[in-house]
Ligand binder design. Sequence first.
Ligand SMILES: Nc1ncnc2c1ncn2[C@@H]1O[C@H](COP(=O)(O)OP(=O)(O)O)[C@@H](O)[C@H]1O
Ligand SMILES: [Mg+2]
Length: 269
Amino acid sequence: MTSHPHRIVFANEKGGTGKSTTAVHVAVALAHRGARVVAFDLDHRQQTMCRYFENRAETMRRRGIELPTAHCHVVEGMDEPAMDAFLAANSAVADFVIIDTPGRDDPLARHAATTADTLVTPMNDSFVDFDLIGQVEGESFKVKKLSFYAELIWEARLKRSRTSIEQNRAQMDWVVVRNRTGYTEARNMARIEQALTEMAKRVGFRVAKGLSERVIYRELFPSGLTLLDKGHLGDLGTSHLVARQELRGLVANLRLPDRLAERIPEPAQ
Ligand SMILES: Nc1ncnc2c1ncn2[C@@H]1O[C@H](COP(=O)(O)OP(=O)(O)O)[C@@H](O)[C@H]1O
Ligand SMILES: [Mg+2]
């Protein structure tokens, strides 16, 4: 029996939190480890993730090089059952499925989020971003009210815990990734951490450190390269060594299953 691909969904109904950038980097990091990765872009207007992979393919062609990469499919004009069928048909031999979603309320994105094995919600260090998950009380940071979105994920997990035993699937792991972190005043940072800890307890997610704000993440898009493509990036100096470590740290913090170790060897031809 082969296990189904591990599904990682990047979702936050806000734009600009780094969903697509993080999705591409995690996909490439997994491909670099030898995993078979298939990507689905539900943001059919912007298509940032698929455009990144197109740029990557173009760089490979132009330079005559091979880089670990992922097939990327745009999901457009489908309803939920059609999307489920499309995903299943295009990921039969994948180890990981990466799903990027638009930064707006979107029924397909919500459906995708409820089917995640790992749900990654990138957030910037700002209280404005917290509203997506719930409203916090101004003094104590206790959670006053869960957002519709948090309720949706809660329901999906409940439903799944009822069926996961039969399906042999683990619970959904919801990871809020603090992204695009930069210089935040220490007092403000401590407040944000306190509020996030309160929310994490109530809502049932865990918090992981994501990517800091760095120009390099924007600059690499046209070439489709990532910080992991050593030897193809030119001379980037030492700050990028730190960035590469940060990226490896993010992937480690996602605690993804080791699909290569689990893979059943294919019979010799
Ligand atoms: N860690 C980062 N450092 C600097 N710029 C970033 C970082 N993450 C994303 N960006 C830039 O911010 C913009 C929005 O990021 P994107 O990944 O497209 O977010 P989303 O998919 O959530 O809308 C893009 O221009 C992207 O290049
Ligand atoms: Mg995006």
